[in-house]
Design a protein around this ligand. Sequence first.
Ligand code: ATP
Length: 588
Amino acid sequence: MKFSLVADTLSYMENTTKRLELTQHLVDLFKITPHEIISKVVYLLQGKLRPDHEGIEIGIAEKIAIRALSKSAGIPIVKIEHEYKKMGDFGQVAAKVLEQKTQTTFITEDITVERVYDTLYRIAELKGARSQDMKMKYISSLLNDATPVEAGFIAKIITSNLRLGIADYTILDALAIAFTGSKENRPMLEHAYNVCSDLGRVANGVAKDGILSLKNFQVSIFSPIRPMLAERIKSPQEAREKMGPQFAAEYKLDGERVQLHMQGERIILYSRSLENITNYYPDIVERIDKSLHAHELILEAEAVAVNENTGEFLPFQELMHRRRKYKIAKAVQDYPITVNFFDVMLLDGKSCLNMPYKERRRVLESIIKEDSFAKIMPMKLVKTDGEVEDVLENAINVGCEGLMLKQLESPYRAGARASNWLKLKREYRNELGDSLDLVVIGAFYGRGRRTGRYGALLLAAYDEQTDTFPSICKVGTGFTDESLDQFYQILSDKITIKKDPRIDTGLEADVWFEPEVVIEIVASEITLSPIHKAAMDKIRKGSGLALRFPKFTGRIRFEKTSENATTVDEVVTLYNNQKKIVQDERQN
Ligand code: ATP
């Protein structure tokens, strides 16, 4: 398949921000793509080679890309660097300089999707001393044969600058329309995606066998499952209303969610956002198999830092000391953990997703032999508010955040946030209560002590329906000097020249970012706002919702992607609950 078909689609998409149009361009492309290569097309559209959890990165340093372009275009490096400084977008530079070249030479060969993909894959695999030269040669030969438009996109992909905001959900919509004839079938595709977290695999199945491929979509080892999530509640009474006469109350530990895949001796650990985090936990890899009685397993656990002398659970922040590239062995020693298993999704080739909770719990208890390192999450069956209160009290006394309440008959609903799982945290029980996890979309330069850094950040919630990031507040408090420096560093990699099409706000920030960094915020209240776009028109025409007196809690949610941030629907629920409390108070 000619790569120009993909490049043309990307060009059309660059010129629109309307989701329906974006989807239609993708549908048109998918319909003419042979099913053997549709997974490659899907990955390339997102600037990837494989799903994120496989950790295969194209990873080309800007310097190499510039050298390659200089060679292909026959233009000195300094000239290209100059253009780059001026234009700020490597893709545009590549397109421009190659445009000048094509006016004087012939292009010999059409480049194909297969060639682009396979070359990039080979580049990603190159390691060692001579790899930089090899990379340069590969890129330069690709650029040599590419048209200026194609070269522009290849340049963007290799320098990780393909920022069209083509979200997973837009691709799922397009696949549903292209191969099942209707967007109505999207939930089936979504289910398949939730079970394997690999859009390429879903695309390949549905392009080849249509709906049939989705009906029996199977869990497979080393393909992480998107985690089941919980709704927040504020009181045991709410739990009873939602769950029926009896349910499970598990401790809610404040650590890191770990999805463990084990097959024989091979173990891979995935985070809440499905990043491979095996390197941070060599102790799990080394010690856990003693406690697990099966050959093949997918389990979920909360890894929690503990005080080895007292057995006391320590807060999440302690665990984050392990998120480092070097001296991991020392971090393992300094920050010991326990691994607290709470679910099982696969056992010796059989999926457990459709088993009811109580059955999965039974399986869990039968395959884990507890010791000082591997534990089964404490759980009690409860019926009354008093019983929930008692477990909550015990949980808080040993350092937990609160409780997770789980319906006994519920299957494991991959990727869903539903009322089969509820979270009851201690702090929910007062005022606005819960913190929100919001996406940093922009920033404003600081003044005074904050000159040269950001003075305030513009934050957004996630709108699942429209797949956008509508703004909800500007936050300038809660930052220490250290955290301001840290933000400046982290965010400098995320700066974009144009506002990402998925950002929706009435404010003009000094700097825009790719919507990727998620931070935790508390606030005193949610109010109506004409400027912020979260839940626009949902409560009142012409108004969105905004946070009043927002404050950064000090916690950057490294383990969350922006699609895992607090959703607009959750903000609306918080707003309505807050109104209810005020009304209740007035009545009393
Ligand atoms: P989300 O609900 O989206 O994960 P969050 O991380 O802010 O957002 P939390 O309020 O922290 O949500 O609650 C869910 C998290 O609690 C899980 O992702 C998991 O890491 C942790 N957790 C702790 N104990 C349990 C348990 N017993 N069962 C399930 N999850 C647990």
